[in-house]
Design a protein around this ligand. Sequence first.
Ligand SMILES: [Zn+2]
Length: 141
Amino acid sequence: MRGEGEIKLQEAVKFHGHLGPYLVLGLLAGQRALKELKCKKYFGLNVLAWGATRKPRSCLIDGLQLSCGATYGKGNIRKLAGPAIKIEFSNISTRKKIVFNLNKDLVQELNSVKTHKDSELLARRLYKVNPLKIFKLTTGE
Ligand SMILES: [Zn+2]
């Protein structure tokens, strides 16, 4: 995921206030979705995120807003109740959709993090992982 338009961790922390794994997951998913859907950042997409209504999971929302540019201010991202994290991105011009689900192993790992330090370590590690190893992607119209 290295390359143009990549959000640096420092930048994300400055916006969000602290470093955590869910913030990083949001960054990775948003960046990947823009590539997969070939859509324009900020205005070219709609985002629905399930299962991230409460902290720390809701930190995901800030990562998403920062990376794909869909924001609460513009009204093109929404969070919805759900048992697990699931994110749907739609390209508003092509109507293509892509859904990101978290891999099961990672869900366990996220749930086993207890301390602040471990959560930062996991965040830093995830930032370097190929998003395709973290998420299961499903495309559709
Ligand atoms: Zn957070």
